[in-house]
Design a protein around this ligand. Structure first.
Ligand code: ADP
Length: 248
């Protein structure tokens, strides 16, 4: 069984919209603990692939398995999120009128349900976890600042921290470097590499400098399937990949 021992296993996945194959025979395997970068030109199917993993879109055919045997195609979006598949969308959604610390605390407490969110007192373990997440997201010195005052890049980091509070088993990140300054982009690569030490991550990204900084295996999507896979150096010297990127 080829899916055994894998964290995420896609095989022969296809999805059409009005007869147009957005995903066409896609196969992708992610090992536990791995961080993978997904690149590809506009329309390659990256967003649709993420939508299929998170259950937002159902494939027409193909296997989508989590931890080797859990059939994600049979589950709705909320159940997939509860399994521990967290997604960070491009646009940050933080609670602007709360402090950085309270944003993290709310995300931690969200695990306990809505009543706990309002009335539960913070335990020592929770306080320690909040400190840890503030350190990971590089926002410890800004903990009492309102989230509204953060830069776009810092809001992205805060939202990553909020997702980590849910203790996902797989973190999916959509174009984290979009709209960031060069300094923030470089810092984000460091942050994700740190997270990836303890956490499986899939990152969709256009910014090649950022992908180079990540230094992980790259999957190139084109017309809904995998065109090439390997190190960024290997895929970017692959003639098929060069043609797809330059022939546009
Ligand atoms: P990427 O994220 O790589 O830019 P997408 O997954 O967004 O690619 O899109 C792949 C293709 O599928 C595109 O041609 C897009 O227009 C088409 N597509 C995606 N979602 C829909 C939809 N809901 N209805 C119709 N076409 C769609």
């Amino acid at each position: 069984d080829k899916s055994e021992g894998t964290l995420l296993y896609l095989d022969g996945v296809s999805k059409s919209f009005d007869g147009f194959k957005a995903i066409n025979g896609l196969s992708l395997v992610l090992e536990p603990g791995e961080m993978r970068a997904i690149i590809g030109p506009n329309g390659a199917g990256k967003t649709t692939m993420m939508d299929i993993i998170t259950g937002k879109t159902k494939p027409d055919v193909g296997d989508v398995l989590f931890e080797g045997s859990v059939d994600l195609t049979a589950m709705d979006e909320a159940s997939i999120a509860n399994l521990g598949i967290g997604r960070k969308f491009q646009k940050p959604t933080v609670f602007e009128s709360h402090t950085i610390e309270d944003n993290i605390a709310l995300a931690l407490k969200a695990k306990r349900g809505p009543w706990a969110t309002l009335f539960h007192r913070r335990t020592a373990a929770e306080a320690a976890r909040i400190d840890e997440l503030l350190a990971i997201t590089r926002l410890a010195d800004k903990r009492h600042m309102l989230a509204a005052r953060l830069s776009h890049g810092q809001k992205q980091w805060l939202e990553i921290g909020m997702l980590l509070a849910q203790e996902p088993r797989l973190l999916l990140v959509d174009e984290p470097a979009a709209g960031m300054t060069d300094a923030e982009t470089a810092e984000t690569a460091i942050l994700l590499k740190e997270i990836a030490k303890t956490q499986s991550v899939v990152v969709v990204e256009h910014d090649m400098t950022f992908v180079r900084d990540l230094g992980v295996k790259v999957t190139v999507l084109h017309e809904g399937s995998v065109l090439a896979e390997g190190s960024l150096d290997a895929v970017s010297s692959n003639p098929k990949v060069v043609e797809v990127y330059l022939g546009r």
